[in-house]
Design a protein around this ligand. Sequence first.
Ligand code: GLU
Length: 281
Amino acid sequence: MSRPILRFAPSPNGYLHLGHALSALVTWKATAMLDGTVYLRIEDIDIQRCKPEFTQAIVEDLEWLGLSWAEPVLLQSERFDIYAEAANRLRQADLLYPCFCSRAEIAAAAQGSDPDGAPLYPGTCRHLSNAERIERLERGDPVQFRLDTGKARDRTGMLTYSVIGPTLNDRPQIRYARPERWGDVVLQRKDTPTSYHLSVVVDDAAQGVTHLTRGRDLEAATDIHVLLQMLLGLPTPIYHFHRLLLGDDGGKLAKSKGSQSLRDLRAQGWTPDDVRRAVGF
Ligand code: GLU
């Protein structure tokens, strides 16, 4: 069997905090246990919020932790054409449709919520006629493109993937993916010509990722990824979902909540070993 390939894929929309350190350390430990190769990928599709100085800081913080990776580092902001090509394949297969709904309209018409607690898209624009679509596109109305998840599901049948535990060599558990619980997800956003779901799937395949480690907060989203892999003819890696570090409020650590960054901790005199201990390594 060829050598296992893993990746660490942070978004440079802030400084790394202890939650990222845990995620990175899990990934590097798994790489060592599997005798694999690990790549760094910078997930900077959000052109408003991602900044080059945060990318530079990610590199410095990981180096400070003593972690190194194989070249090349993949920058998603340089790959919009490749994501557009993948989206076009889905469009040609009649699985993508334009959606003109605003956030407020979706919130008002939502039918329940998705696994992340966001309003579930009720499918309003799925029912637009071709003439209406063309008229609104020509008028220049703000548009995003959604996957017709129901239609996609009808074409793929049962979807499964393998999950392994922390020792990585126990027998994989087979999971059934249920992407329908996410509704018609956005694959091309209004502000950027792709989405997290689309780029992550395209790039995991482009980098040849065989073992994918990520936090449990992204466990449910994996259902969409497995569906997209099937639709685009891409391989499905083996997944490992790691525990999350919780903040004092019981929620997961997040940049948006001002969780202390690794560089703040370093400035306060923390060593890489202090970080390892703090996250249970
Ligand atoms: N870029 C994502 C994040 O920083 C993680 C990507 C993934 O593991 O799929 O949360």
